[in-house]
Ligand binder design. Structure first.
Ligand SMILES: [Zn+2]
Ligand SMILES: [Zn+2]
Length: 53
């Protein structure tokens, strides 16, 4: 089972403090976001097509 250890947006490893993992609101798939993308407000796109802030 693959863990979500990379940012969904920029693919960086989620090792920094402040990075988060959460389930997709639509399909429940694990999504990871790094602190940089959170600060920048980069959108993420789930494999199901869901796009969120
Ligand atoms: Zn990122
Ligand atoms: Zn999804």
């Amino acid at each position: 089972m693959k863990k979500t250890d990379n940012c969904n947006t920029c693919q960086i490893s989620l090792v920094e403090e402040g990075s988060v993992r959460f389930p997709c609101p639509k399909c429940g798939e694990a999504i990871g976001r790094c602190q940089a993308c959170r600060v920048l407000g980069n959108l993420y796109e789930c494999q199901c097509g869901f796009v969120g802030p």
